[in-house]
Design a protein around this ligand. Structure first.
Ligand SMILES: O=C(O)CCC(=O)C(=O)O
Ligand SMILES: [Fe+2]
Length: 291
């Protein structure tokens, strides 16, 4: 009887690291091994060179299929945006010529599936909560420790780009983005980036303008195939996802943070999702209390 009482049904355990990821090529479950250290070093090196590392076929094929099934059942819930934004997500300043990058507004047309939509016993939530993946991402990015973001809407999302919908040129506000390929369109849907186009000291507007005008001389392009993992530092690297010419591109965005208490405020949640959760209002209260 006692043995039975302490036994946990397997479905409650979620998925093990070896079930989810190609651990033969990516030994993220053996954090003390030299193979793990080499993987971290190689990923860090690639991030250092181009701010981007694509780890092909990171997810096991059978799991990719399950992710795609789950995503297909959720993509109808995507919250769609069609705002025009400049590459910096800022308001247009006064007195600049029309061709200046700060004045270059382009429609960002895509949908996002909210984190609270994902079934907690499902494969996508299990990937997001996987401690070995979180540890690997942290080490590759040079962090001692990262935590899974606990924002009820923004922690894990599917970015849905239907045919003709571009995610235009921009610099990210967040330090890094972790994506997994879900569905790729037969044409278009490429991730294009120009590494280190600006620095913390120099906006390099002339070069940004040239890229916006079609200069592809320093441009890199990758196609995030289903099951690929991408680590990307987009703060200084101009990037976009081109519009799928047919079909839909879907990527899974996983958010990890340095502060386990990190969560967004209600006004920002409303701006992004059209509504806020109780946790966002609690955050507002906390901020007020500390002011
Ligand atoms: O869907 C992607 O691959 C990344 C999109 C992106 O650039 C972002 O979320 O900032
Ligand atoms: Fe981005």
């Amino acid at each position: 009887m006692a043995a039975l009482a302490t036994e946990t049904p397997t479905h409650q355990l979620g998925f093990r690291t070896e079930e989810l990821f190609d651990t033969a090529n990516y030994p993220i479950h053996q954090a003390d091994s030299s193979a793990f250290r080499e993987l971290v070093e190689d990923t860090t090196f690639r991030l250092g060179e181009t701010n981007c590392a694509q780890l092909g076929s990171f997810i096991r094929p059978v799991i990719v299929e399950q992710m795609q099934e789950e995503a297909a059942s959720l993509s109808g819930h995507a919250v769609f945006h069609s705002t025009s934004l400049n590459p910096y997500f800022t308001e247009p300043p006064e007195g600049l010529p029309r061709e200046h990058p700060l004045m270059r507004f382009a429609p960002r047309r895509h949908g996002m599936v909210r984190a609270d939509r994902f079934p907690r016993e499902g494969v996508i939530w299990s990937i997001f909560q996987n401690a070995d993946l979180c540890h690997f991402v942290a080490r590759a990015l040079g962090h001692e420790k990262l935590y899974t973001y606990r924002d009820p809407f923004g922690s894990v999302n599917i970015n849905v780009q239907p045919e003709g919908c571009e995610f235009p040129w921009h610099f990210d506000n967040n330090e890094f983005t972790i994506s997994l390929g879900l569905t790729q369109s037969p044409g278009g849907g490429a991730f294009e980036y120009v590494p280190n186009l600006r620095t913390s000291e120099d906006e390099n507007y002339d070069a940004v303008q040239r890229v916006l005008d079609g200069d592809r001389s320093h441009l890199r392009s990758l196609v995030l195939k289903p099951g690929d993992l991408q680590l990307f530092k987009g703060g200084y690297t101009l990037h976009r996802v081109t519009a799928p010419s047919t079909g839909e591109r879907q990527s899974l965005l996983l958010s990890y943070v340095t502060d386990p208490e990190d969560i967004t405020t209600s006004d920002k949640a409303i701006r992004i999702w059209g509504e806020a959760a109780a946790e966002h209002y609690q955050k507002d209260k906390k901020i007020k209390e500390t002011q």
